[in-house]
Design a protein around this ligand. Structure first.
Ligand SMILES: Cc1cc2nc3c(=O)[nH]c(=O)nc-3n(C[C@H](O)[C@H](O)[C@H](O)COP(=O)(O)OP(=O)(O)OC[C@H]3O[C@@H](n4cnc5c(N)ncnc54)[C@H](O)[C@@H]3O)c2cc1C
Length: 409
């Protein structure tokens, strides 16, 4: 088949490779180029040991406190409160015990595919050295948060994950730059991170080009369900194909809506600041309850995180990035001055139940959706690509796709 993939982020490019592996002729369409969206500047974790959706009862209990602090881990821009209310309502409903259990099980099911899928993809493209396996750390500066987190550690172990709880002293032996403010941590020996998400995305793109995957720079305005399927673009002839994969990240909603699928996709904006050439830690560290992570990329130290609900159009507010930097400086020694770093804001494509949308459009078995990966799009991209290829080959995917269905809402 000729397959058009919309979006040259991690999900679109992983899907393009999986489709090329099956012998399809693939064209990737992006209005900018590779790594223009969230795939460019994320924190770089292949976080296959994270199991909790965004909306847990514990998180919802913390929300009022978060919202009181305008530069805290969660903010809603006043102008965006009304537009985001329906999504927020769904988010709260997703924290009900039954739904939460379903979401956790679904996250675990795709996470089990994540590392093997990345291993296979990176090995096939000669990119194995772009994945570091030094484990990852969730650190705590508050005994109460740590006590609550122990319930999560137990659930993770229940799913067969390796979690080692360590005290502050043992932690500082692993990572001497962590300050005395950190009192304990969970160490995940199987966690991994990439050299740099932008470098990885661009390498996937370069590998795609060199194996004959086409690229078109064009802004897609709609998809016409076929057959053949037609991808309508601004200022140029439509791209006609046998099948289409919609992987336009946080921008996918109107394209799916035009095909009859009304998907509650929002963006959780995230911020970071990176310090080229700086290496203070050897493995990524998340500060649970504080809403930020630090990652030792090969290109330098990255400090980032936070969630801001403000849609796709409002300008960034880098006072938030500065606040993340201030918090990181309390937890980590030798963080360089904020002014010496490079700031970035990205749009996580987020669904209220924290599960991506992977499945066929309501009106066409030749349009596959692959978007909404929220906080874990790097982690789940390679696995998503394999599932997309299964769907177009009419093969049964290795996991139950019902929790990821575009028609589940
Ligand atoms: C601060 C931050 C930290 C994160 N950390 C991690 C992490 O450590 N681990 C992890 O797994 N995930 C992380 N994520 C999430 C991850 O970055 C995203 O889930 C993932 O990048 C989404 O990939 P994507 O390919 O779906 O979308 P994107 O990378 O956003 O790509 C979408 C592409 O579609 C193109 N596009 C959009 N609309 C159109 C159109 N109409 N026509 C043509 N092209 C179009 C865009 O130009 C873009 O290139 C983080 C996100 C943020 C913001």
């Amino acid at each position: 088949m000729k397959v058009a993939v919309i979006g040259a982020g991690l999900v679109g490019l992983a899907s393009a490779h999986a489709l090329a592996d099956e012998g399809h002729e693939v064209v990737v369409i992006d209005r900018e180029g590779p790594a223009a969206g969230a795939s460019r500047g994320n924190a770089g974790w292949i976080a296959h040991t994270d199991i909790d959706p965004v909306a847990t009862p514990d998180m919802l209990r913390r929300v009022p406190g978060y919202l009181l602090d305008p530069l805290g881990p969660l903010a809603i821009r006043a102008r965006y409160l009304l537009p985001v209310l329906p999504w927020l309502t769904r988010l709260i409903l997703a924290s009900r015990p039954e739904q939460l259990k379903r979401s956790v099980e679904a996250v675990v099911s795709i996470s089990r595919l994540a590392m093997p899928a990345w291993d296979a993809l990176s090995a096939s493209l000669g990119m194995g050295a772009m994945i570091h396996r030094r484990g990852g750390i969730f650190a705590y500066d508050d005994a109460r948060n740590l006590a609550t987190a122990r319930l999560k550690f137990a659930r993770q172990r229940g799913f067969g994950m390796n979690v080692e709880e360590i005290d502050g002293r043992a932690l500082r032996q692993l990572e001497p730059s962590l300050s005395d403010a950190v009192i304990g941590a969970a160490y995940y020996p199987d966690a991994a991170h990439v050299t740099d998400p932008r470098v990885v995305t661009e390498a996937l793109f370069a590998a795609a080009r060199s194996r004959g995957i086409w690229f078109e720079r064009a802004a897609v305005t709609s998809i016409t369900a076929g057959p053949p399927v037609s991808v309508v673009c601004e200022g140029r002839e439509p791209v006609v194909a046998d099948a289409v994969v919609l992987a336009a990240g946080a921008w996918s909603k109107p394209l799916a809506a035009a095909l009859g699928d009304n998907i509650p996709l929002e963006t959780e904006r995230g911020y970071n600041v990176s310090f080229p050439g700086v290496a203070t830690i050897t493995r990524p560290v998340a500060f649970d309850g504080q809403g930020f992570v630090v990652t030792p990329l090969d290109t330098g130290l990255r400090v980032g995180g936070a969630v801001e609900l403000a849609g796709l159009k409002l300008p960034p507010n880098h006072a938030r990035t500065r606040a993340l930097h201030a918090k990181a400086s309390r937890m980590l020694r030798d963080v360089p001055a904020f002014e010496t770093g490079q700031v970035w804001m990205g749009h996580r494509p987020s669904i209220p139940d924290s599960l991506p949308v992977i499945g066929l459009a309501k009106t066409s078995a030749r349009v596959v959706y692959a978007f909404g990966h929220g906080h874990y799009g790097l982690t789940h991209s390679a696995a998503t690509g394999r599932i997309v290829a299964d769907l177009l080959a009419e093969r049964t995917p290795p996991i139950d796709l019902a929790p990821f269905s575009p028609q589940r809402f």
